[in-house]
Design a protein around this ligand. Structure first.
Ligand code: SAH
Ligand code: SF4
Length: 495
């Protein structure tokens, strides 16, 4: 069904810009004209959340704020939260507890919570009752209203009667174009092309907190992509919770394969990735675009979740094992060297050991280079949360370890196969990991500085090279491999 888009009106966006200017004045009054207030913004969870965090930073920057990674220096602390699993939520409550404690000694500290967690009514209520130090809570649908909400908080503090703000109304979601963005790095950029999800996988809270699928107009996306390329970004990741169902809600606009090809056809030296694709929308047309567009990385992150047909049906995934494997086969036939990664859930309610073993056999059959693996976590409001779940946690942990052991072997093959090959990598910066496979003599000879790059298959490579390579593509000959990273040799003199 084609639905009408829910665009935030230009008038409303202009109103929010006015609030940014008002916030700037209030902040200057609060912290003095000569010192920019410092914000600490921490995003948890998926790339979509990171992208929302970049918009919050964009709005804060327009209000005259600077940024700090040192929370002790911050005047404003903003936690952009994730609700996908319980441990993500616990982590947030831990750090919020710490921040609100800081506030007992630094009364002028401002603390805000936003993101997926806060869009859940029971969480907003818990914050209201148990975390009085939190000044404002901004649900995912209220992101563009941040300036107005923040202004209310600042004004009430100045007037001496602190008012907390909770903007967590339910909504199917909106699209706000043209919000300012401050991106990290300058090399790799996230470009959201759609928001929300219609799939209602039975374990997943995302559709409950991010609303229905809504696609941006391709003209807006292409304009932003052109801007990113002009700014020198070398990699653009098209983002969506279900990125390959892009465009189904639009009339007279591009489909996802057409959009991907349009982005890849823009002039410039860059790579394009996309995530996350749902297997049901991974069509031959899409794989043909990946095959014919050099700038589209030959890497498909295609979450399978389980290798058992019964479990896939219980998860409401809309494909079975054979259909998934057929997509992998088609891709391998048409895209030379294509690489797959995936997400797996272990211990879905009612899953048996035999069904879990079907997942292990599937990962061996597909041969993923790496996996994101999760133990099932019940989420309030989802269908799976009320399904019988008899397998004890300790048993699920054993299965989880078995999966990791199997994947170690499967992944190793991919990494070992790279040894001796010369691969194009995008150099992202200094190698912080020092992955342990680059010979120490080589590291010492380079004064301890190692560069880190990523192949189009999303494999990390450490190698020695000059700093001027950062932000460039480089040809690196792979000399050694572990089961999760590569070491290489770069020979070209100069930059
Ligand atoms: N939209 C993306 C990402 C969703 S969240 C997608 O559909 O792939 C990222 C991953 O978290 C999911 O793929 C799934 O493997 C995992 N996940 C989601 N809900 C979960 C839950 N309740 N328990 C454990 N893992 C979960
Ligand atoms: Fe969650 Fe499924 Fe939507 Fe992904 S496709 S966000 S797992 S409901």
């Amino acid at each position: 069904m084609v639905k009408k888009q829910v665009m935030v009106s230009p008038e409303e966006l202009a109103r929010q810009r006015d609030f940014m200017a008002l916030c700037q004045k209030e902040l200057a009054r609060r912290y003095g004209e000569e010192k920019a207030p410092l914000a600490f913004v921490k995003s948890f969870g998926c790339q979509q959340n990171v992208s929302d965090g970049e918009k919050l930073q964009g709005m804060l920057s327009q209000m005259g704020c600077g940024f700090t990674d040192d929370i002790q220096q911050a005047d404003i602390i903003l936690y952009n939260t994730c609700a996908v699993r319980e441990n993500a939520e616990q982590k947030v409550f831990g750090v919020v507890g710490w921040a609100t404690h800081q506030k007992s000694v630094r009364k002028d500290l401002l603390i805000g919570l936003c993101g997926c967690m806060t869009q859940q009514a029971h969480i907003a209520e818990k914050v209201r009752k148990s975390y009085p130090g939190v000044d404002f809570v901004l649900g995912t649908h209220a992101l563009h209203q941040f300036p107005e909400i923040f202004y209310g908080v600042l004004q009430s503090a100045n007037e001496g009667h602190r008012r907390r703000a909770f903007a967590v109304e339910e909504s199917d979601g909106v699209i706000a174009e043209g919000l300012p963005v401050v991106r990290e790095g300058g090399i790799r950029a996230n470009l959201p092309i759609m928001y929300g999800c219609n799939n209602f996988c039975t374990y997943c809270v995302v559709p409950l907190v991010r609303g229905r699928e809504r696609s941006r107009r391709s003209a807006d996306i292409l304009a932003e992509a052109r801007e990113l390329i002009a700014q020198g970004y070398r990699e653009i990741t098209l983002l969506g919770q279900n990125v390959n169902s892009y465009g189904k809600d639009l009339e007279d606009d591009l489909s996802f394969p057409q959009l991907l090809e349009a982005v890849a056809s823009l002039p410039g030296d860059f790579w394009v990735r996309f995530m996350t694709s749902h297997p049901k929308d991974c069509t031959p047309e899409l794989m043909d675009v990946i095959a014919r567009c050099d700038k589209v990385c030959s890497h498909i992150h295609l979450p399978v979740q389980s290798g058992s047909d019964r479990v896939l049906t219980a998860m409401n995934r809309h494909y079975n094992r054979a259909q998934y494997l057929e997509k992998v086969r088609y891709a391998r036939e048409h895209i030379p060297g294509v690489n797959f990664t995936s997400d797996i859930i272990v211990g879905f309610p009612g899953e048996t050991y035999e069904e879990f073993r079907e997942t292990v056999s599937l990962i061996e059959e597909v041969g993923y280079s790496s996996l994101f693996t999760f133990i099932y976590s019940p989420r309030e409001g989802t269908r799976a949360a009320s399904m019988p779940d008899p397998v004890p946690a300790a048993e699920k942990s054993r299965w989880f370890q078995e999966l990791l052991d199997a994947q170690r072997e499967v992944g190793m093959v991919h990494y070992q196969n790279c040894v001796g090959k010369t691969l194009k990598v995008l150099v992202e910066g200094e190698g912080k990991l020092k992955n342990g496979i680059l010979p120490q003599e080589e590291i010492d000879a380079a004064g301890g500085r190692v560069l880190m790059g990523r192949t189009e298959h999303n494999m990390v490579v450490d190698f020695v090279g000059p700093e001027c390579l950062i932000g460039q593509f480089a040809q690196v000959t792979i000399t050694a491999a572990s089961n999760w990273a590569l070491a290489g040799h770069w020979e070209k003199p100069g930059c």
